[in-house]
Design a protein. Sequence first.
Lengths: 273, 303, 342
Amino acid sequence: MNRKLKDKIFQFFIYLSVSIVSFVLLFITGYVLYKGFSSINLDFFIRLPKPVGEKGGGMVNAIVGSFMIVGIASLFSIPLSILTGVYLSEYKNEKFANIVRSSLEILGAVPSIVIGVFVYGLVVYPMKRFSLLAGSIALSIIMIPLIARTTEEMLNMVPTTIKEAGLSLGIKNWKVIFYIILNTAKPGVLTGVLLSLARVFGETAPLLFTSFGNRFWHRSILDPAAALPLQIFVYAIAPYDDWNRQAWAGAFVLIVIVYILIIVSRRLVLKNK
Amino acid sequence: MTNKDYSNKIFKFILKFSAIVSFSILVLIFVVLLKHSYLAVKTFKLKFFIDTTWDPVFEKFGALPFVYGTLLTSFLALIISAPISISVALFLSEFANRRLKEFLGVIISLLAAIPSVIYGLVGIFVLAPLMREYISPGIQKIFGFLPFFQGSVYGLDYFTASIVLSIMITPTITSISTELFDAVSKSLREASLALGATKWEMIKISVLKTTKVGIIAALLLGLGRAIGETMAVTMVIGNVPNISLSLFSSGATLASVIANEFTEATGDLYLSSLYYIGLVLLLVTLALNLSSNILIKYLVKTK
Amino acid sequence: MKKIIKNAIAAVVILSNLIFAQKVVLINGAGATFPYPLYSKWFYEYSKIDKTVNFNYQSIGSGGGIRQILAQTVDFGASDAFLTEEQLKQAPAKILHIPTTAGAVVLTYNIPELKGKETLRLTPEIISKIYLGKIKKWNDKLIQTENPNVTLPDKNIVVARRSDGSGTTFIFTDYLCEISAEWKNRVGKGTSVNWPVGLGGKGNEGVAGIVKNTPYSMGYVEISYAIQNNLDYAIVKNKDGYYVKPTIESITAAIEDKAKNMPDDYRVSIVNAGGKNSYPISGFTWILAYQKQKDPVRGEKLVKFLKWALTDGQKYCAEIHYAPLPKNLVDKVLKTIETIEY
């Protein structure tokens, strides 16, 4: 009797936990979508912020800013990390490869606020300006371990027969890797890229001391720039009701972008399988 | 030399170069942090972690309140999250059919992807008032005799921060645990069932016992994530550098003090102390991740 | 897939050109949250007058303004705490303090029972004791005696203060040092102090947010933040025994009392002013700029803006509850602005 009771309690607890987790996700998503949707208007997407305390205005510079910061970060990080991933997969037995792999694991574990502090010391302070560029550098550092490791894993999953077939046809080694193997692993690699984009789109901490924020348009990548998560943070902790409303609107846009990236990446994984 | 050799060599060079750049970033991080924290390290040395005074006026900096806040919220988050995460992982591994597993997998990925600032936003406007008006006073009525639940309730405190953190680390622990449980061989499970075990006993004996090491690794990773988490915590913890047994008291963490004070630290020692805290944060999360990886590697080896 | 990418890149290029086509100079400043409502109004209005320049101001607190101007990562700083002698020595070149306006630091509170009723009256003793943690409840005898017409609730005072480096804190703690020897010895004054009690809010916005959302709380904020958020704020007894409401007139009275002999570098405190009409917790706020501007284009535009702010800009002060600077002070400051080289 006792054993059966234990079993029933255990199963109850399991179902309870699953329900809690599902509820939390559905609640947070639903609440953000609901509050956000009712807070959004056209102005939000096309107007710049208004002076403090005045109602209205929008976050167009933050939305564009986020895209630009992430875009430029991708220019740095995607080629670099894919090539690193290829290196780790191709030369996986070399001692240096093991060192790189370990350091990427460590890099991936660094809290994003520490990366912000690092980029401030490395870029902002010597350059004597906050900039979109510094923000991009910070985000690219976060992206690199994610993409490199996924690339390596995906490449490792490509059967060696494909590589052997290519080589036996007389194709140069680097062409085999670049055109054939990478192509085969493309969906998986793309998944890694999309996941890292989803991650950095929502990052706030590394931008606090790098891209800094801007109430207007940045005029070059050497200017401070507004970013969506940064603006949400500033507006959320402020007492102005209209700013709080705009924070929800921003959260709505952010969560939609992130969710789309995640769902698309999952579709790719399924296709790959 | 044939053309073939050159192009392959160039390719390898490009690859190696990329790898070197990736590796150098980590080295650079240590260099920059060490360089800028040197002043504080030299001035305070290890006393930094025992001193409770954080006084920019008299230039006395002690990080104990932040260490306390970080440890308290992270461990509490772990305690809250661990049973739930592991249960969900067990469900995915032992009970769910393929469609349910896929569906829940999406839910967990989405939960993991929600940006920290959005957790903070919901924390400020939904959770904190809820805690302040109903949940914390309710807990105080029942458990108020314990020192952990005494004092006035403001809503922005250790407790709220811990709850938010626990939600944030659940996907990490769940996904690793699910993989661990999936890897347990079918025959091991069937063996205990054949001997007449209930489902719970089967899981206890065949699954949990054998994956114990891996579960610890997953928990360490979750803990590491909680320790480094910044935005959501800053928004709901109250930002008071004190030490209090009461969970309803406001506090601060290593990450939140950097977020709040870094751009404003006037004075070299002040700024250096914040770099020092950044260095500590780096080393602690690294240690946790490394231990977790060592455990996982040990697991893989002994399979 | 490739087509989508090509179209996306084209769209971005076109969009960027549209946005960045006009030759607009971006000038970056950071610092005090105290004057932020006024400054953001100024920058917004000025961008309509001079379309070739945008002023990007990040309200991160006076501590941030001082730090970033010393590090030269911004074109100008803003602070309600003037630089100390050491900070001036630290600066790589001479920094000018340009006073732009003056405001009041008010004690704002959230007592549901008092909403719509009589305004709370506070004395210096009460204020210092609350922030020292010695007065813990709203219905403490000291507070109740000053407010005989209302029944104060038997609730703990949730104290709010700044978690970041703040000029508002500087003004407030400067005042506390003047009126409480215990505060002076125990805590001192500064942009960031070791607070005996209190929840930390980031910026004036953060403190106002805490008070707004937490019943029975009290915090110190620039008056504009209290008014814009419909928060109640107290009437304070000044050193000559008069109860003074924070208004533009009472701020101006404080300026007249304590800034009669304005030093040439404008670094002066106007807290604890005397006289019938002076509000005791008032303060100037300054823009910090290097006398020798590094960039001629930016320097010229900054100087033009500063002149506008001290003249036409002053008309925006009153409606957001900042005190416009007295005429003779403006004349003096304009002369100082003339000394900026670019």
